[in-house]
Ligand binder design. Structure first.
Ligand code: KMH
Ligand code: ZN
Length: 274
């Protein structure tokens, strides 16, 4: 079985003061994505930062990052519409106008660490509809059990593709804890034929990513999810984390999907989805 490997080089929170190897400029993000592509990633989950490293939904920065990446490799771009906690929803939703192949869709508002992640129902519906109209595949980020039902309601309203693609996010303060029990519980509750991956934040990143792969899920790796390669050892970048996921998947007998195979798994199977 082929698994899709996504690289997530830059998240919404950490800065270079947390890990100096974090990619924050467009050039650094492109370098990190290209290196991850060469290591086996076929999807790039991208957050944008401004020149002061702050999360942004600036469309010109987005255009620049996409251009730099696409000039150098065919990896599929998944823009984060989560962007950052202080970026207003009205700016975040505009990112889909850059027409990436995929984008995240966060279905619910929640506490997120020390901050608030605001995803009001009507605005989420508006973004889902826009993604549907642009043919952008949503990756549904579910941080808590009820977020699944919120996604199913969107699907029942015709706002999502039939075959749903989930990230089960574990370990955000304000969402589900990073435990194997929570992961298995959520996997068991997903609709049949769903595509899914684990996003394991922090210390449990390696073990929960491995459990996800063993359960048949896809995988995501990169400094967005953990700044460390192992306890007390900052990762020198996202590539070592991608390489580790490749090693685990390969040991478990999985092939790593290239971009063409990933298109087939994620996009073509959903071509008539909406
Ligand atoms: N870092 C994730 C747990 C998104 O990209 O849409 C939250 C996030 C959402 O970054
Ligand atoms: Zn993200």
């Amino acid at each position: 079985m082929s698994i899709v490997l996504t690289v997530a080089p830059t998240g919404p929170i950490a800065t270079k003061s947390d890990n100096p190897n974090l990619a924050t400029t467009p050039e650094e993000i492109a370098d990190a994505v290209v290196a991850a592509y060469e290591a086996g990633a076929s999807v790039a989950h991208i957050h944008l930062r401004d020149e002061d490293e702050r999360p942004t939904a600036d469309l010109s920065i987005g255009r620049r990052v996409i251009g730099l990446v696409s000039d150098r490799c065919p990896i599929l771009i998944q823009l984060s519409t989560g962007a950052g906690l202080d970026v207003p929803f009205e700016q975040r939703e505009k990112l889909v106008e850059l027409k990436p192949a995929m984008a995240t869709l966060n279905p619910c508002s929640m506490s997120f660490g020390g901050g608030e992640f605001l995803n009001p129902p009507n605005k989420v519906r508006r973004l889902a509809a826009r993604m549907r109209d642009l043919g952008i595949l949503p990756e549904l980020e579910i941080y808590d059990t009820g977020h699944l039902e919120a996604c199913l309601r969107l699907r029942d309203e015709g706002l999502l593709p039939e075959k749903l693609q989930f990230s089960i996010v574990l370990g955000v303060q304000g969402g589900m804890a990073a435990t194997a029990d929570n992961l298995i519980h959520m996997v068991n509750r997903l609709p049949d034929k769903s595509i899914w991956q684990v996003i394991a934040i922090g210390r449990a990143n390696a073990s929960l990513t491995a459990i996800g792969l063993a359960l048949g899920g896809n995988a995501r790796a990169g400094l967005e999810d953990t700044l460390y390669l192992r306890r007390n050892e900052l990762s020198p970048g996202s590539t070592p984390l991608v390489e580790r996921a490749v090693r685990v998947a390969t040991e478990l007998g999985h092939e790593i999907a290239d971009v063409a195979e990933t298109r087939r798994i994620l996009l073509q199977s959903n071509a008539k989805a909406f």
